[in-house]
Design a protein around this ligand. Structure first.
Ligand code: CA
Length: 234
């Protein structure tokens, strides 16, 4: 499995790269933001990116955002800054998970396995495009969302959140269930992150009523058959 390690501090990067190689990863290193973008462009088969936020040239958040403009490669952010804003921002920009320095090596490997497993599982899903009402079409297999035929760019988490709600339109998913399935059992961050993602998803979908808030419980996708004359799509 090809892994890109973006870290400017050799004292951290070297032992980390060696450890990861022992775990069977093919490790490529970059020590700057520009270097990371170039390395990723050169290696389209990269399956995971470990991204330090404190880089000498471009801010790690910006690197994350730029990677996400044309790639859905899983990104684990590594940061020395552990406060809540950083966490929310890091995830909103499309990172899949994060670790705060100092972290244990086994913890890192467990996170990498969890993130790549989720990414792989989605790619193997054989579902075709599903019409969800309001012109919204979700294609899990192609990892695409469109409204009235126009593609909407979602971050990985936004897509996973929508896919989870869309797996059973009209059914309420509790906050705990969503955090566990979209973020994973390792998620100890603020649950506010979920609200940030729902808000941004609603904004992108352009119809705030598509995702309904069930106060004190969770969220659900508006039932496409409810209150409209939505016909069969087959
Ligand atoms: Ca650094």
């Amino acid at each position: 499995m090809e892994l890109l390690l973006v870290e400017d501090d050799d004292a951290i990067a070297e032992p980390l790269a060696k450890g990861l190689e022992r775990q069977g990863f093919e490790v490529f290193r970059a020590s700057s933001g520009e270097g990371a973008l170039v390395a990723l462009a050169e290696r389209p088969r990269t399956e995971i990116v470990l991204l330090d936020l404190g880089l000498p040239d471009i801010d790690g958040y910006e690197v994350c955002r730029r990677i996400r403009t044309d790639s859905s490669v899983p990104i684990i952010v590594i940061t020395a800054r552990g406060d809540e804003i950083d966490r929310v921002l890091g995830l909103e920009l499309g990172a899949d998970d994060y670790l705060v320095k100092p972290f244990g090596f086994r913890e890192l490997v467990a996170r990498i396995r969890a993130v790549t497993r989720r990414a792989g599982g989605r790619d193997e899903a054989q579902e075709g495009p599903v019409e969800l009402g309001g012109g919204l079409v979700l294609d899990t297999r192609a990892h695409r969302v469109s409204i009235d035929g126009e593609e909407i760019a979602l971050t990985r988490k936004e897509f996973d959140l929508l896919a989870l709600l869309a797996s059973d339109p009209g059914a309420t998913r509790t906050r705990e269930e969503i955090l566990e399935q979209v973020w994973d059992a390792h998620w100890y961050g603020p649950t506010k992150t979920l609200d940030v993602h729902v808000a941004s998803l609603r904004r992108k979908l352009g119809d705030p009523t598509l995702i309904e808030t069930v106060r004190g419980v969770g969220f659900r996708l508006r039932d496409p058959g409810e209150g409209s004359s939505a016909g069969s799509t087959s």
